[in-house]
Design a protein around this ligand. Structure first.
Ligand code: MN
Length: 129
């Protein structure tokens, strides 16, 4: 059993190369070793979002608070509420972020997974236009 205490960790500003808007990331590495699981608590200000990206393995997003906008390339933007879980398969190009009405926090659980980043999510893409 392993307990990662949020109180022992410190948030850091999200990398502007891979996020649009203001977000803070608390890295919770080494949740498990086999399979390797890394957790990231991400707090997004309204309209803040990741760039387009994909993961080489599974990613689970657990929405902790607020409303999460999430989109797989080629599909409509979806909105997940607090308590919802989004499952993103290996290789699915996608983004995630807060909606326009308020901040959002999610826990990202990356299972045996590395991330490849692409370009930013435009306002039109964010708004689903
Ligand atoms: Mn992702």
């Amino acid at each position: 059993m392993r307990l990662l205490r949020l109180a022992d960790l410190r948030p850091a500003p999200a990398d502007p190369a891979t996020f649009t808007g203001d977000a803070r990331v608390t890295r919770m590495p080494g949740v498990a070793d086999d399979p390797a699981v890394n957790a990231y608590r991400v707090e997004f200000e309204p309209r803040a979002r990741t760039a387009w990206h994909l993961h080489s393995g599974l990613q689970l997003l657990v929405v902790l608070s607020g409303r999460c906008r999430v989109q797989r390339e080629g599909e409509p933007v979806q909105v997940a509420a607090a308590g919802d879980v989004v499952s993103i398969a290996a290789g699915e190009r996608h983004w995630h972020g807060a909606d326009a009405d308020g901040p959002m926090a999610h826990l990202a659980l990356n299972v045996d997974s590395a991330t490849t980043w692409f370009g930013p999510v435009s306002d039109a893409e964010y708004e689903g236009r």
